[in-house]
Structures are given as structure tokens and as C-alpha cells.
Design a protein around this ligand. Structure first.
Ligand SMILES: [Zn+2]
Ligand SMILES: [Zn+2]
Length: 164
């Protein structure tokens, strides 16, 4: 059965001995598990509570997180010519906006291509926790969502503001 590994927070199918295929640790051994941590999917438009993502204490400080990756784009031909593809990629870099129409003349609406993208998020993190870099657990580029390991108090306040 699929379950979230308590050590690496990835959804896995543990083997018969209960070993997580991702981190090789025992999913039933909760000895070193931080009971205050859980995983949470955050989207760019999510409303953030004023609670630190790491320690769950009140904070109004925000930390910027930038991830780089690629995503499939429908209806947009990525031309071979250097300057054109650069223009398309640059336009997507500026927040996944619509590429200027002029550049898209002659585009095949059925064409699919992969383009480089950048996803920026601001999440609450207090000053004392800011010595730790926040690393996303997983970025879903198609839906522009990011999965993090967060404090449970942050998660419950987050879910109050962003009902699933
Ligand atoms: Zn694991
Ligand atoms: Zn904190």
C-alpha cells in the first residue's frame, strides 16, 4: 500500500520489510522521526499564515524560494532559430505570461514543447530558522505546485486559509 514515508516524506510503496525504496529507512521505525513535521503542497496563489514553516511560531517574515525546471507547453512551437526560442523562454521566465503575439505567428496549436521555467514562492520563515535553507521536497511543474516538509502548526493554519 502507498504511504508517506515518515523519514523522507515521499509517497512510496515500501517493500515487504517495510523499507522505503527512496531513502532505505524503515517506515515503521519512528525513533528519529520529528512528530511535528508533515508534508504539504503549496501553490503560488496560496495564502500564507503568519506562522513559521519550520518551527510553527508566529512570524511575518517571508523567505523567497526559487526553483528552476522545465514544463510542457501546448500550442507553442519552440522554434529552432536561436533568438526566437530565446524570446519564448524569456517570456515564460517572466511569470508564465502570454508570449507577445507577434512572436507567435505561424505557431502550430497542436505542437508541444518543453521550456525552462522558474517558480518563485514566498513562504513564512522566522529569523532564527532562516539559517536553514528551505528545500522543496518536490516541484510539480505542470501544476506549478511545490511540496514542502512543514511544521504541523503551519500546516493546520495553512489549511484554514486554503481549504482543500
Ligand atoms: Zn523514505
Ligand atoms: Zn521558525
Amino acid at each position: 500500500m502507498f504511504r508517506e514515508c515518515p523519514h523522507c516524506h515521499i509517497r512510496v510503496w515500501p517493500n515487504a520489510d517495510g523499507i522505503c525504496p527512496s531513502c532505505q529507512r524503515d517506515v515503521f521505525d519512528l525513533k528519529d522521526v520529528d512528530p511535528d513535521k508533515s508534508s504539504l503542497v503549496i501553490r503560488r496563489s496560496s495564502r500564507m499564515p503568519e506562522v513559521c514553516i519550520d518551527c510553527g511560531l508566529p512570524t511575518s517574515r517571508l523567505t523567497k524560494i526559487v526553483s528552476y525546471g522545465s514544463r510542457t507547453v501546448q500550442g507553442m512551437m519552440i522554434p529552432e532559430e536561436g533568438w526566437m526560442s530565446l524570446a519564448v523562454v524569456m517570456a515564460l521566465f517572466l511569470g508564465w505570461i502570454v508570449v507577445p503575439f507577434r512572436l507567435l505567428r505561424g505557431v502550430d496549436p497542436r505542437a508541444r514543447g518543453r521550456v525552462s521555467v522558474k517558480l518563485k514562492l514566498r513562504v513564512p520563515q522566522c529569523k532564527s530558522c532562516s539559517i536553514h535553507k528551505i528545500e522543496p521536497l518536490y516541484v510539480n511543474w505542470e501544476s506549478a505546485t511545490v511540496k514542502f516538509v512543514v511544521h504541523k502548526r503551519f500546516k493546520s493554519r495553512f489549511l484554514d486559509l486554503n481549504p482543500p
